[in-house]
Design a protein. Structure first.
Lengths: 113, 111
């Protein structure tokens, strides 16, 4: 069935360093890949997304890359700050037109001051 | 623009009791989702509505869970009777296309 694998499950970085989180998806029909940030006691917040016709997208300190051939996509956070500490989830859309997501298992990012 | 509203934020019940959650999506969003998020896991889709029709409820435990979306706006999710393994955060999300926006969730504890 459809599956999204996410690594690592936890990640600790020093403030100012970069963080990279990787996801692999199984459904070749997936065409939309969002990333969410979830802080304690809150719902997931959409931080960046990418569609299958684009290889890379950047928004200030956050970037996402997509390799459709390998079915990989990654989140890159540069110049990390303590407020970046949270759990990050990747997701992949299901069959075209359904807007259904399959989520990864999450990465707990800790930025050490 | 107001976000997705959910209530209550917290609920504690005993097993075999019933509980209901309410969601008000972002105005104009035709698609509404209910997810279950167990501690330490990613959200899992329970049911997806398009306006007031069900698009996908393949992972909804229909013997105890039910959901409705009257008039294509607000939605309620009900659990009856609750089991210990239903302890989780129940998230509601809405979308106009691909981007889904989540509410704060309802944390359910079943004792």
């Amino acid at each position: 069935g459809e599956n999204v694998e996410q690594h690592p499950s936890t990640l600790s970085v020093q403030e100012g360093d970069s963080a990279v989180i990787k996801c692999t998806y199984s459904d070749s029909a997936s065409n939309y890949f969002p990333w969410y940030k979830q802080e304690l006691g809150k719902g997931p917040q959409l931080i960046i997304d990418i569609r299958s016709n684009v290889g890379e997208k950047k928004d200030q300190r956050i970037a996402v890359t997509l390799n459709k051939t390998a079915k990989h996509f990654s989140l890159h956070i540069t110049e990390t700050q303590p407020e970046d500490s949270a759990v990050y989830f990747c997701a992949a859309s299901g069959a075209s037109g359904t807007y259904k997501y399959i989520f990864g298992t999450g990465t707990r990012l800790k930025v050490l001051a | 623009e107001a976000g997705v509203a959910q209530s209550p934020r917290y609920k504690i019940i005993e097993k075999r009791q019933s509980v209901a959650f309410w969601c008000n999506p972002i105005s104009g969003h035709a698609t509404l989702y209910w997810y279950q998020q167990i501690l330490g896991q990613g959200p899992k889709l329970l049911i997806q509505f398009q306006n007031n029709g069900v698009v996908d409820d393949s992972q909804l435990p229909k013997d105890r869970f039910s959901a409705e979306r009257l008039k294509g706006v607000d939605s309620t999710l009900k659990i009856q009777p609750a089991k210990l393994e239903d302890s989780a955060v129940y998230l509601c999300a809405s979308s106009a296309s691909y981007e889904q926006y989540f509410g704060p969730g309802t944390r359910l504890t079943v004792t």
